[in-house]
Design a protein around this ligand. Structure first.
Ligand code: ADP
Length: 621
């Protein structure tokens, strides 16, 4: 006797939404049904712990799928816990969860908004009606004798009939709609590729039954062979397996530099398996919006690749998987962006990757140096894109410096440890390339005192320095700044005063001639070998930054700098004599200013004027 029943009002609304507007991505119905089947298998296994007779030892828990291209019928069958009449009515006729009810109350009719909302709720089974003109559910509850059939066309009602069924479990029979984007789901290859995409790591075996038309034989093939490595205990996994899995998730091959594998239980439950590659993924430095992020799984079911919400942009080189128990399967992009669970997963991933890098930096110095060359510049972006992990990031920084050898780097910890006692600050110089900074006159004062200077030659460095103020209470100081001061002896102090007085005339004259170029000319106490250099007032923009801005098309009014001259240098002494004698300085000021620019790696504003000035100097006696 067939019993007809009405769907609960909420279900009717949900079905209407499902059928008319919900997903452009229809294939996900299969993911939902496979996931329901897998849950039913888990439930039976759980019940069998208390009642072993429910699951005889020779029974394999499994999911069978078959697609018939002629009849356009698709079936998904499991031998799990099954449903009796009450279960069918309750589970497939009403919506029990209050969350979903609330959702339906908040439906506005604004389709776009509703579709976003619905991502927050499980609507699994009903998604079958996106592709089905009719759905039959044949089910028999484990431990009971009577089977039942539930049938509906997704409109206002469903019917329930008694049905003899040999075994416990549930079989979902889908009569595909005649539309192209629905009836295609009866094709074997389609089903294979969808199952492989979403359900590769479902624990229970998924078999596909196909009909070999020539031999008129049924063939059975298992679709998901791979274990979800991240769900196994780390102790049971060999290094080789981790490396194989890396190839699978990275699509880049090569060896991972390191990985982190965690299972977190508590307020939330999730698994993460995160890798750091040993070679930078292609294009990683420049294309920051390129594919990045982790694979997101919910309850072993694949949700999406390159989930950007799980990883900050400055860790875009990392690869891996996060599998959570706490999100619904049909979670949407919009929800990911504002979801608390996702935010805490992202924090976890960030922390784990930084911790893993730190242990490589501690234990495998050479490997870390290689990583640094490949991906250090990306990591540095973290300094101007986050505030949370600055301490971790500081410890991961590596630099070339006045004291590092070839292929060698220094970290801040090491830098501070080897500072001479008299040194109070951390010194650095910014420039375009190593050769440009290595020869800079700005280094002379530090070098002569044995103070190490860090070389910052990455494009991001100048931005990074804006949030890198101190390390272990030592301030960072740019040696190109005019306010660099060291402790002086009485004698030094006196000598300085004297040369200041001596050079007054020359400084005045130079300043007049170079008034377009510099704000001030003064005697330097920092120069050893070079005749002069340009320094800038604190707060002024560095030469390198100025260049970057102009490359970006942002011409800034050039801040004039200070020209410092070396009182001990022969050239300066010569000029002093000339100035005191009231002689014309001729081309000397132009050459002096020009070489100060060249020595720090800057570009001459007017190279031909410089060359002709230099020629005049070379010809003069
Ligand atoms: P959800 O899976 O998010 O709870 P669904 O609408 O997909 O929502 O399913 C509703 C309920 O129907 C499930 O909670 C489950 O109790 C039952 N159910 C669905 N599919 C099966 C199945 N294959 N075997 C047993 N029970 C099922």
């Amino acid at each position: 006797m067939s019993e007809k029943m009405e769907f609960q009002t909420e279900v009717r609304e949900l079905l209407h939404l499902m059928i008319h507007s919900l997903y452009s991505n229809k294939e996900i119905f299969l993911r939902e049904l496979v996931s329901n089947a897998s849950d039913a298998l888990d439930k039976l296994r759980f019940l069998s712990i208390a009642s072993p007779s429910l699951l005889p030892s020779d029974v394999e828990l499994k999911i069978d799928i078959s697609a018939n291209d002629e009849t356009k019928i698709l079936t998904i069958e499991d031998n799990g816990v099954g449903m009796n009449k009450e279960d069918l009515i309750q589970n497939l006729g009403t919506i029990a969860r209050s969350g979903t009810k609330n959702f339906l109350k908040s439906i506005t009719g604004d389709e776009k908004r509703d579709v976003n909302l619905i991502g927050q709720f499980g609507v699994g089974f009903y998604s079958a009606f996106m592709v089905a003109s009719k759905v039959e559910v044949h089910s028999r509850k484990a431990g009971e004798e009577q089977g039942y059939q539930w049938t509906s066309e997704g409109t206002g009602e469903f019917s329930i009939d008694e049905l003899p069924k040999e075994k416990n479990g549930t079989k979902i029979i889908i009569y595909l709609k005649d539309e192209d984007d629905c009836k295609n789901f009866s094709q074997d290859w389609q089903i294979r590729s969808i199952v492989r995409k979403y359900s590769e790591f479902v624990t229970h075996p998924i078999y596909i039954h196909s009909l070999d038309k020539e031999k008129k034989e049924e063939t059975v093939e298992r679709l998901n062979e791979k274990p979800a490595l991240w769900r196994q205990s780390a102790k049971s996994i060999e290094e080789k397996q981790y490396k194989e899995f890396y190839e699978l998730v990275s699509h880049e091959g090569g060896e991972p530099l390191a990985w982190s594998h965690t299972h977190v239980e508590g307020a939330q439950e999730f698994w993460s398996l995160l890798y750091i590659p040993s070679k930078a993924p292609f294009g990683i430095r420049y294309a920051s919006e390129q594919s990045r992020g982790l694979k997101l799984y919910v309850k072993r079911v694949f949700i999406m690749d390159d989930c950007k919400e799980l990883l900050p942009n400055w860790l875009r080189f990392a690869r891996g998987v996060i599998d959570t128990e706490d999100l619904p399967l049909n979670v949407s992009r919009e929800i990911l962006q504002s979801n608390k669970i996702v935010a805490s997963l992202k924090k976890h991933a960030t922390k784990k990757i930084l911790d893993t890098l730190q242990s490589v930096a501690n234990d495998r110095k050479e490997d870390y140096a290689k990583f640094w060359v490949e991906m250090g510049a990306v990591l540095k972006e973290g300094f101007y894109m986050n505030w949370e992990f600055l301490d971790e990031l500081k410890n991961l920084l590596r630099f070339k410096s006045t004291k590092t050898g070839e292929n060698e780097f220094v970290g801040l910890e090491e830098y501070v440890a080897r500072m001479p006692e008299s040194q109070k600050e951390i010194y650095y110089i910014v420039g375009e390339s190593l050769p440009a900074v290595q020869g800079s006159p700005h280094l002379e004062a530090c070098k002569s005192r044995g103070y190490e200077v860090l070389f910052l030659t990455d494009t991001v460095d100048e931005f990074m320095m804006q949030s890198l103020n101190e390390f272990k209470e030592k301030k960072f100081h740019d040696v190109a700044l005019g306010d660099l001061e060291f402790e002086k002896t009485k004698e030094e102090e006196q000598a300085e005063q004297e040369s200041k007085k001596n050079y007054e005339k020359l400084c005045e004259t130079l300043q007049k001639v170079l008034s377009e170029e510099v704000s001030e000319v003064r005697v330097s106490s920092r120069l050893k070998d070079s005749p002069c250099m340009l320094v800038r007032a604190a707060g002024g923009m560095g030469a390198h930054m100025e260049k970057l801005m102009s490359l970006q098309g942002m011409e800034m009014p050039k801040a004039k700098r200070i020209l410092e001259i070396n009182p001990e240098h022969e050239i300066c002494k010569n000029l002093l004599q000339k100035a005191e004698a009231g002689d014309d300085l001729g081309s000397y000021p132009t050459v002096l200013y020009g070489q100060a620019l060249l020595a720090e790696g800057s570009v001459l504003p007017d190279p031909s004027a410089f060359v002709s000035a230099m020629n005049k100097v070379l010809l003069s006696k």
